[in-house]
Design a protein around this ligand. Structure first.
Ligand code: K1U
Ligand code: ZN
Length: 173
């Protein structure tokens, strides 16, 4: 397993719509394992394939944050939201592709998602709380959308400028 580099915004690969997985393969399962390792290493609670430069509809998540609790890694190929609650919840989101920047995003509080698991089986489940926020944030990545797209143009521009500077500083170091 390998920790892969995470792309930093702005990057055209983060703005592209990712392509559905037609058939599972060992390469795709290896990518999912690398993504989980990359997510835990960051650390983060989710990661989408475009964040490691792969334009495939694959996300991984583990929103168990309690110290000492058993991890609950999830691998979702071709995830799709099939139902969303009218009730909303607001969470101060972050993003591993936009380090140390945060913003309030309002989304449906509960969603039903269907996906293909790592064994090729069809799955569906209801997500609530942080899991619901995270799965929507990750599916947005597959559609080329970042949490800053929900913020005001001014705040988005400010954060983007900071990221351009961060990337310039990292390139010089
Ligand atoms: O997709 C990503 O960039 C990962 C992102 C997911 C996410 C965070 C917050 C709300 C919705 C989705 C992160 O994991 S940012 C890091 C983070 O939230 C975290 C890191 C360590 C412990 C707990 C949370
Ligand atoms: Zn993100």
């Amino acid at each position: 397993m390998t920790v892969r580099p995470i792309l930093i915004h702005p990057d055209p690969r983060l703005k592209k719509v990712a392509v559905p997985v037609p058939d599972l393969s060992d390469d795709l399962r290896a990518l999912a394992r690398d993504m989980l390792e990359t997510m835990y290493d960051a650390p983060g609670i989710g990661l989408a394939a475009p964040q490691v430069g792969v334009g495939t509809r694959l996300i991984v998540m583990d929103c168990v944050k309690e110290e000492g609790a058993a991890p609950r890694p999830m691998v979702l190929f071709n995830p799709a939201i099939v139902a969303a609650s009218d009730e909303t919840s607001t969470y101060e989101e972050g993003c591993l592709s936009i380090p140390e920047q945060y913003g309030d995003v309002t989304r449906p509080a509960e969603v039903t998602v269907r996906w293909i698991d790592a064994n090729g089986g069809e799955q569906h489940a209801d997500f609530a709380g942080l899991w619901a926020t995270c799965v929507q944030h990750e599916i947005d990545h597959l559609d080329g959308k970042l949490f800053i797209d929900y913020l005001s143009p001014l705040k988005r521009q400010l954060i983007t400028r900071k990221m351009v500077k961060l990337k310039r500083d990292r390139a010089r170091a």
